[in-house]
Design a protein around this ligand. Structure first.
Ligand SMILES: O=C(O)CCC(=O)C(=O)O
Length: 337
């Protein structure tokens, strides 16, 4: 399906700042919204929101143990979904993590996260992408400044700005270990980037992005207008941020790893079409094409039992046909930028 490109990028020799053409919050606040009026207002104005104490200590410990197990012994994880750091065998990211682990699938479907996304995006949602960014001690490299939307639009065919990320911190993020940094208010400006995207760009870009990188002049202007905030917090802190908020993070040269989970929700009405840039879409584990609405789950996250086995969200992720992405987001129990 072709559609007018409202956010062209990587087409011209010079970068520019354009105005956002879409709402940030897609519905009015009412008393039964999953966020307070103040939280909704903060998110709308700043393009992000930090929430503490959404999860119990037991739930956080369970998520931490699960994430560490996956990083240390990624048996059962499709090797294609594991991205290592440049020049090292350390895990940088594991993609489609909610499709490969039932606890993370359950987390992605949780009312506390998915319910907030559904409210802000004003529609049913599905998971466009999930990942665990590990940022190992000593070796964890930076994530340079970017707008996720620019990449998702150009490389995945996401038509409009109607998506957001939720990051669940699984380690304390402090000034030292490369916490997420955001430019509050930057979500209202779209930075177009320079340089035509090579085919299969994702193979290099998940380690270090070369295209879809904002230029210094645009970053200077955004930073002068909005400043930079570091979203630090204890383990369990949740950060919601709009798909077009300028963000990035520094490397981690401390000995302590920093693990953060990311779940990206897209409005079902904003399902992907053909990419606006390169011809071939990115693979299933980076950009899901299963647009079935997520079935939202209530209640506490629980340790795996025989009834709730977290070992694999799905049978054999590698059995997928080509780049297609079989159904499953609609099931709470099964399961970059
Ligand atoms: O993990 C981080 O610190 C930043 C992650 C990020 O910006 C990304 O994966 O797009």
């Amino acid at each position: 399906m072709t559609m007018t490109d409202l956010y062209p990028s990587r087409r011209t020799a010079k970068a520019s700042l354009q105005l956002r053409q879409d709402p940030v919050v897609y519905q009015k606040w009412t008393g039964d919204a999953p966020l307070s009026r103040t939280q909704k207002g903060f998110y709308e104005e700043n393009g992000y929101l930090v929430i503490e104490d959404l999860f119990s200590a037991e739930e956080i410990a369970l998520l931490q143990q699960t994430a560490m197990q996956l990083v240390k012994a990624p048996a059962g994880i499709d090797p294609e979904t594991i991205i290592t750091e440049r020049g090292s065998r350390e895990v940088r990211s594991i993609f489609a993590i909610h499709e490969q682990n039932k606890l993370i699938a359950r987390l992605a479907a949780d009312q506390r996260l998915a319910g907030a996304a559904r409210f802000l995006l004003g529609d049913e949602v599905y998971v466009h992408q999930s990942r665990l960014n590990y940022k190992p001690g000593f070796e964890g490299k930076e994530f340079y400044w970017h707008s996720d939307f620019e990449t998702w639009h150009v490389e995945d065919g996401m038509p409009r700005m109607r998506a957001l990320s939720v990051s669940v911190l699984l380690a304390e993020n402090n000034a030292n270990n490369g916490p997420l940094m955001l430019m509050p208010g930057s979500h209202r400006s779209y930075v177009t980037c320079v340089g035509e995207t090579p085919e299969e760009h994702y193979k290099a870009s998940l380690k270090k992005q070369e295209y879809g990188v904002p230029d210094h002049d645009s970053l200077n202007r955004l930073a002068a207008a909005h400043g930079v905030e570091a979203a630090t917090g204890k383990a369990g802190t949740v950060i919601l941020f709009d798909c077009n908020t300028m963000h990035g993070s520094n490397g981690n040269i401390t000995p302590f790893p920093r693990a953060n989970l990311f779940v990206v929700y897209n409005a079902c009405a904003n399902a992907l079409i053909e990419p606006f840039g390169p011809k071939s879409p990115r693979p299933w584990f980076i950009a899901s094409r299963d647009f079935a609405p997520l079935r939202i789950a209530q209640g506490a996250l629980r340790r795996a039992t025989r009834r709730h086995d977290h070992s694999a969200a799905r049978q054999a992720p590698r059995a997928r046909a080509g780049h297609s992405h079989p159904g499953g987001n609609s099931s709470a129990g099964a399961g970059a930028n």
